[in-house]
Design a binder for this molecule. Structure first.
Ligand code: NDP
Length: 311
């Protein structure tokens, strides 16, 4: 017979581990599958200074280690494997691991997160965490009083540029077309902020610097003209991709793939399946908000399993 789990948690970022802590303490005996990147996006962050309870700040990987240990302390079973298929047809949900094992679950908490999109430059990869970042709210503070760049032209790029404009003397916004995709109001804000300099029709050819970002070489894709501009921080804001492909066809999602929960809850349209964290959040995307929704999902799962008489 296949293994039957009360509460299957998919994903190991702040949402998944928080869900595990609550579910385990409620006696649900959760089993958590870590996914491809155990610890999630915080594993590629350095200092986290905005998570309450760490007055001195904490390294992202250390914080995730703390989350993991807290989840394990209450007997969460953590498995370092990937769930790559689900079947949500019946009241007992099915899931398959990358090793081909079939699982059955009375409830599932989805906390698969999202991944930042990157430009794909070698220098971008090499300098990630040494000036290259995908999160101004997380890392902007380290670049106060320094010139920085933001790549992108959507609402995220506009918000990041506005955020950084309060900390940095000049914010270079690098837009690949001659218009922005961001909402009108955000575009107006960006254009009316004196220290945001917009570079239209411009792409990044290279980020320069050996061990930290020193400058960027830009190219105008209309004229071919190249310019090198000194910056200390380089923020990539060209979108995120929620890790929700395996739920396509089963659950409601928006056109970008973000899962849609019933307002004010973690519930999906399928009974016993709950969402948390960045997989269902394209607006806030913070560790603390992910943890909050992980807690909601565990409480919703506990109530559901109680009502069904399963635990
Ligand atoms: P979007 O997909 O909206 O925008 C991505 C931007 O990045 C586009 O302008 C795109 O350019 C640009 N881009 C993509 N690839 C490259 C590349 N290789 N080089 C240079 N530029 C590139 O992503 P967002 O993260 O901005 O927003 C996602 C969703 O979340 C949107 O619906 C947005 O409205 C929403 N959101 C809402 C917020 C709010 O309500 N407060 C805050 C943040 C986001 P191009 O335009 O040329 O395709």
């Amino acid at each position: 017979m296949n293994e039957r789990i009360n509460c299957l948690i998919i994903g190991s970022g702040p949402a998944g581990y928080t869900a595990a802590i609550y579910a385990a303490r409620a006696g649900l005996k959760p089993v958590l599958y870590t996914g491809i990147e155990p610890g999630g996006q915080l594993m590629i962050t350095t200092e986290v200074e905005n998570y309450p309870g760490y007055p001195q700040g904490v390294q992202g990987p250390q914080m995730m280690e703390d989350f993991r240990m807290q989840a394990e302390r209450f007997d969460t079973e953590i498995r370092y494997a990937i769930i790559n298929k689900v079947d949500l047809t019946g009241p007992i949900h099915k899931a398959w691991t990358d090793a081909g094992d079939e699982l059955e679950a009375h409830s599932i908490i989805i906390s698969t997160g999202a991944s930042a999109k990157w430009l794909g430059l070698e220098s971008e990869k090499r300098l990630t965490n040494n000036g290259v970042s995908a999160c101004a709210v997380c890392d902007g503070f380290f670049f106060r009083n320094m010139d920085v760049a933001v790549v992108g032209a959507g609402d995220t790029a506009a918000e990041e540029a506005m955020y950084l404009s309060k900390l940095c003397p000049t914010v270079h916004l690098i837009v690949r077309r001659d218009e922005m995709r961001a909402s009108k109001i955000m575009q107006e804000r960006v254009k009316n902020t004196a220290n945001i300099k917009i570079h239209w029709n411009t792409e990044t050819e290279e980020i320069l610097g050996e061990s930290e970002v020193e400058a960027m070489r830009l190219v105008n894709n209309k004229t071919g003209e190249k310019t090198t501009i000194p910056v200390k921080g380089f923020f990539v804001a060209i979108g995120h991709k929620p890790n929700t492909d395996i739920f396509k066809g089963w659950l409601d999602m928006d056109e970008a793939g973000y899962l849609i929960a019933k307002p004010g809850t973690s519930k999906t349209k399928i009974e016993g399946v709950f969402v948390s964290g960045d997989a269902a959040d394209k607006v806030y995307r913070q560790a603390v908000t992910a943890a909050g929704t992980g807690c909601m999902a565990a409480l919703d799962a506990e109530r559901y399993l109680g009502e069904k008489g399963i635990v």
